[in-house]
Every structure is written in structure tokens, then in C-alpha cells.
Design a binder for this molecule. Structure first.
Ligand SMILES: NC(=O)c1ccc[n+]([C@@H]2O[C@H](COP(=O)([O-])OP(=O)(O)OC[C@H]3O[C@@H](n4cnc5c(N)ncnc54)[C@H](O)[C@@H]3O)[C@@H](O)[C@H]2O)c1
Length: 390
């Protein structure tokens, strides 16, 4: 049987076309790119594309999401991978520092992990790089004056917002709930915490799967938007008390904590789609004084039994639900192909000096968004056998 990594690679049409071009233009020749991004089949396609452009790549994963098969595949294809799967923050920290010890010329960061550590031991020849996420942007913004290099934030591209955060995260979080729990969504009372791009997609996908969806957001403007989009917007307390599934997708910390245990209904499922495993304070919850027993109910499902008999089921220990549990697939290939096309083009722009020190922690330049959008639409219409509507 063929490898899923190859299936994914072949399905990344945009990256394939960019890779063919970069093999000729070689913008990364003589450069090392250090990466700290989830190591799974779609990032394999991105890292191999960068290599086609002449880069030496030193990679490590993010906390809790590295797939061993992806690591083996990358190593077999000339990428230096530091470490392997881990959920231990100290071990992960050591892997990130080892990537930086190679003094890469460019950093491809996810969550700000590399740039923040770079500032502990800066070196002059770093050209800059990219940051994939909202969470990373929030960490790096206050440190702009120290970074003083171009850092393009992929998350702030409108393409990333609607293609990945909204549509793809919504689909894959729904798929992950079904995959891990095998429970029905019909009539399920779902409370979605966070109505940013990701939360919108999660709310919309569960609603389309016939769930009864309520939205909680600390920002009244977003609660209004959710309301006008047709969702219930109860108070936080009401939402928690009524929910059969609580989904956090905020990018914030301590969104659901042990302090909420008294208000949860029996059998509630808690899951997180946000970047860091700190939105639901799982370690604090399982250690709470009101807990009678904690057991593994099924792969990816931990059940906390409270002293009063209520059960709270936690998916994938609060790590991103769509990249964990049995056979995690993550976001759809098409959405990641678009997002990673932005990554490749942004790293190219930094490598060849098209952006400067004032472009530090800024959105993707508009011309790159337009270039990637045009390429996607052209590829879609020009595939052999594709027909345009008359
Ligand atoms: N799982 C994935 O594949 C995936 C993909 C992309 C992004 N993400 C992550 O998802 C998270 C959300 O991303 P986004 O782009 O939607 O961010 P966003 O900033 O657009 O939206 C977050 C929303 O959460 C709200 N919020 C913050 N704290 C809250 C709280 N305590 N209770 C309720 N609402 C609160 C904010 O007001 C905001 O509206 C980030 O951590 C991001 O890195 C995950």
C-alpha cells in the first residue's frame, strides 16, 4: 500500500508547481531554514518544497503533534529532524534550542517558539522568517523592537483566515469529534468558546451537522456577529451548564478550568481546537479535589469521574483535537496547500530581500495573497479534463 505522505504530496498541486519553479530560481541556495511546525504529512510537502528551492532544512515539531512516520520520511529525504514526538515541554524546549543552535538564516515558526528563543541568544545573520499562527503573532508583537527583521504572519492573510481557519478547522474539528467519540451531532448541545475565524468555522460545521450550537466570546462585537449568524449567545455560565460538548478555539489560556467542574453536566465532552493545550486546564482538572477517579475510556478519551458521580470526558488531553487521537488527519490538504503556498512565497520574499526590517510581524503582503489566489484558480481551471461552465 502507498504511503499517505505521498498521497498528500501528490494532492498539493500549488506546492508542486511552486517547487518546480523554485528548483530553477533557487532562492534558498546556501541558506538554512529552521522550522518548528507540526510534523505531519502536509508539512512534509512544504519542507520538501523549500528543499527543492535549495534550502538546508533543520526541523522540529510542535508540542504533542509530531508524527513518527513524517519524521522518518523527512530524514529519508534529506531533512535534518531534531527529536521526535513528545508531550514534555522541557524536551520540546531542548529540541527548539537545538534547531536554533544550527543558526538558521530563516525561521519558519508556529506559535512563536523559535523567535522567542532566538531572542535569548541572537545572531546577526538571521534574515527573518514567517510565523504561522495567531498565538505566535500575539507573542511576537511586543518583541518587534528586538527582532528587527522581516517576520510575515501567515495567519493574517485573508486566504489563511477563510480557507484554513474558518472552513478547514471547522471541518476537521467536526471530523475529529466524530472520529474520536463516534457519537452523533444531531441535536447535540455544543458550546463553542471563541468566535474568531476558527470558532466561526467550528460553529458553522456543527450547526450544519444538525447540532444545537451556542457561542461564547469575551468580545461583545463577536457575540453580536454570532447572534446575527443565527447562533444562541448565552452567558458563559449558561453555556457551560447546558453544553454536552464544550469546544475551545480562542488562542487564550485557562478558558475552561477546574473551577468550572461544579457547573458541568454529567457526560459532557471537553475538547480544544486552539493552538496551545492550555485553553482547558486538563492537568489541574484531573488533580482537582472533587475528582474521584480518572480513567482512559478509549483512545483519545479520558474520563474524569467526580465524587458526586458526574462524568467529564476530555478529548486528547486538551491538545489540538484535530491533530491528535486515533489516526489524526488535521486540516484538509487543499486548505493547507494554500496556506503553505503562502509560507513558501513569504520565505522566498524574505530570502531574496523583497521585504525589510520594517515588515516585522506584519501580515502577508497583498501581492503574495493575489499571486497565490491567482495560481490556485488557474490550476483548478487548467487541470487536464477540467471544464469551465459556459
Ligand atoms: N486546530 C487547528 O488546526 C488550528 C488552525 C489554525 C489556528 N488554530 C488556533 O485556534 C485558535 C483561535 O484562532 P483564531 O484565528 O480563531 O483566533 P482569533 O483571535 O481570530 O479568535 C479568537 C476569539 O476568541 C475570543 N476569546 C478569547 N478569550 C476568550 C475566552 N476566555 N472565552 C471566550 N472567547 C474568548 C476572542 O475574543 C476572539 O474572538 C488559536 O490558538 C490558533 O492558533 C488552530
Amino acid at each position: 500500500m502507498g504511503s499517505r505522505i505521498e498521497w498528500v504530496g501528490e494532492s498539493c498541486g500549488l506546492l508542486g508547481a511552486i517547487g518546480a519553479e523554485l528548483e530553477v530560481t533557487r532562492p534558498f541556495a546556501g541558506r538554512r531554514i529552521g522550522t518548528g511546525i507540526h510534523l505531519e504529512p502536509k508539512t512534509v510537502a512544504l519542507l520538501l518544497t523549500l528543499r527543492r528551492g535549495g534550502a538546508e532544512v533543520t526541523a522540529t515539531g510542535n508540542l504533542g503533534t509530531t508524527q513518527a512516520e513524517a519524521v522518518d520520511y523527512l530524514r529519508a529525504h534529506g531533512i535534518t529532524v531534531v527529536g521526535g514526538p513528545t508531550t514534555d515541554p522541557a524536551e520540546h524546549d531542548a529540541f527548539l534550542r537545538e534547531v536554533l543552535a544550527a543558526e538558521p538564516d530563516l525561521l519558519l515558526d508556529n506559535g512563536g517558539d523559535l523567535f522567542i528563543r532566538y531572542l535569548d541568544a541572537p545572531y546577526e545573520h538571521l534574515l527573518g522568517g514567517t510565523e504561522e499562527t495567531t498565538s505566535g503573532r500575539m507573542r511576537l508583537e511586543p518583541r518587534r523592537a528586538e527582532i528587527r527583521r522581516p517576520v510575515l504572519v501567515i495567519n493574517d492573510s485573508p486566504i489563511k483566515q477563510f480557507a484554513e481557519n474558518k472552513h478547514a478547522v471547522g471541518q476537521s474539528v467536526l471530523e475529529s469529534f466524530l472520529r474520536i467519540t463516534n457519537r452523533s451531532t444531531n441535536g447535540l448541545r455544543v458550546a463553542v468558546f471563541g468566535y474568531g475565524a476558527c470558532g466561526k468555522g467550528v460553529a458553522q460545521n456543527f450547526a450544519r451537522a444538525c447540532a444545537d450550537v451556542a457561542v461564547v466570546d469575551i468580545d461583545p462585537v463577536l457575540r453580536l456577529e454570532a447572534c446575527l449568524d443565527g447562533f444562541a449567545v448565552p452567558s458563559r455560565a449558561e453555556a457551560l451548564a447546558g453544553a454536552e460538548l464544550v469546544m475551545t478555539v480562542t488562542g487564550a489560556q485557562r478558558v475552561v478550568t477546574a473551577g468550572d467542574l461544579p457547573s458541568l453536566r454529567d457526560g459532557v465532552v471537553l475538547a480544544n481546537g486552539g493552538h496551545f493545550p492550555t485553553e482547558i486546564t486538563v492537568d489541574e482538572i484531573v488533580a482537582d479535589g472533587s475528582v474521584h477517579e480518572v480513567r482512559d475510556s478509549a483512545q483519545g478519551i479520558e474520563t474524569v469521574v467526580l465524587a458526586d458521580g458526574r462524568r467529564v470526558h476530555i478529548l486528547t488531553h486538551g491538545f489540538m483535537v484535530n491533530l491528535n487521537g486515533p489516526r489524526p488527519l488535521g486540516n484538509s490538504i487543499g486548505s493547507m496547500d494554500l496556506g503553505f503556498a503562502l509560507q513558501a512565497r513569504c520565505l522566498e520574499a524574505v530570502a531574496v530581500g523583497q521585504v525589510g526590517a520594517t515588515d516585522c510581524v506584519v501580515p502577508v503582503p497583498r501581492r503574495i495573497d493575489q499571486q497565490v489566489a491567482e495560481a490556485y484558480l488557474t490550476l483548478r481551471d487548467q487541470a487536464p479534463g477540467a471544464t469551465r461552465p459556459a
